[in-house]
Design a protein around this ligand. Structure first.
Ligand code: KG4
Ligand code: ZN
Length: 338
């Protein structure tokens, strides 16, 4: 084996069809993302059937584009990494089937990758010097996980959401205010014109599990507030609702992270997942890390949302550790981390 390991990575767990070639887990040679967002916007959320069909249409062109842009021939690839969970089963199956077919046809090793491990590994791409151990908050549309990244491929979940993911709460609240889908960026934008202390929304807590999250209570509080205003004929200032909601989410996430930093003694703390592209969240987390004397890491927005480069980074460390998947690799919609 030469000292350059090139991984072709494939990601199709939700509504992005993505492929990438990553060298030695850190260097992105190509990163192709076909976002289906326009197909789903009119429905106000991802429609699984439509997502699977669009993945089928796009998977081969996206893989071809990733190889072309990297200037890498198929037989120069050392291994194929693919997301096999968690995610939508019909979406995952498209990527897994494509990866299995290529691995078989080219006689290359296949490595199944956990999507959440991928989000965490986006940090390895952005920060060449970053090595475990570190703490990480993975905050996306499907997941809210507080993770102890003990080593490459070794994860301990410190806390997780008991109900809605943080991104899901952003999307649902945006819909209730009438901002449309996807809600996260829209809430963030309108919040700039709002007063985050205008309305006092609750901070979800699970008493016996202080590291776990709960966002459904906050979502209900926002809905109740909106209904109350409508019934009383009071004016709703959308920007204030959005800013106050965002403040509650950001505060909850940062409070949990601070607690974990203190208890686990992390020297480094990272963010990951789509919600981490939220500037208010990034700034609050950075400030909290500064106060705790901890180095702060956060991937650029394109590496926060779903992409295949992050799967290539996670896949590289699995590959180097000898992890191999067989032709029986299947989609696992509720795959757990660790
Ligand atoms: O990581 P991601 O692309 O996909 C999943 O694995 O879920 O995350 C998408 C989620 C959506 O819920 C979206 O509303 C949220 O991330 N999001 C944001 C922002 N940008 C995306 N939430 C808050 N602020 C943002 N700027
Ligand atoms: Zn994701």
């Amino acid at each position: 084996m030469s000292d350059s390991v090139k991984i072709l990575a494939i990601e199709s767990s939700c509504d992005e069809t993505a492929a990438s070639v990553v060298e030695n887990g850190r260097k992105v040679l190509s990163n192709i993302i076909y976002s289906q967002i326009d197909l789903h916007t009119i429905y106000g959320g991802v429609v699984p059937e439509i997502a699977s069909r669009a993945h089928i249409d796009k998977i081969n062109p996206v893989i071809r584009a990733a190889l072309n842009e990297a200037g890498v021939a198929r037989d120069e690839i050392d291994a194929i990494a693919v997301t096999y969970g968690p995610g939508l089963v019909g979406s995952l199956l498209v990527g897994v089937s494509a990866a299995k077919a290529m691995a078989f046809a080219l006689n290359k090793p296949l490595v199944g990758v956990n999507h959440i491990a991928g989000h965490i590994s986006a940090n390895y791409i952005e920060y060449e010097e970053l090595e475990p151990p570190f703490g990480c908050l993975v905050v996306s549309g499907g997941h809210t996980h507080l993770v102890n990244v003990a080593d490459y491929g070794r994860y301990e979940i410190i806390g997780r959401t008991r109900d809605d993911a943080a991104g899901e709460a952003f999307d649902k609240v945006a819909r209730a205010i009438g901002l449309g889908y996807p809600g996260g960026p829209k809430i963030e934008k309108i919040s700039h014109e709002g007063d985050a202390s205008a309305i006092s929304f609750p901070r979800g807590k699970i008493d016996e599990h202080p590291y776990d999250f709960s966002f459904s209570g906050l979502k209900s509080a926002v809905l109740n507030y909106l209904n109350g205003c409508r019934m009383k004929g009071e004016e709703i200032v959308e920007a204030n609702v959005a800013a106050s909601f965002q403040e509650s989410v950001v505060d909850t996430l940062c409070t949990h992270a601070r607690m974990a930093i203190r208890e686990y003694g992390f020297k480094k703390f990272a963010l990951a997942g789509g919600v981490s592209s939220n500037q208010t969240f990034r700034k609050a987390a950075e400030k909290m890390c500064e106060e705790e004397g901890v180095s702060f890491y956060c991937p650029s927005p394109i590496m926060c949302t779903d992409n295949a480069a992050m799967i290539g980074a996670a896949g590289y460390y699995e590959y180097m550790a000898g992890v191999r998947s067989g032709p029986d690799l299947n989609a696992v919609p509720n795959l757990q981390l660790g």
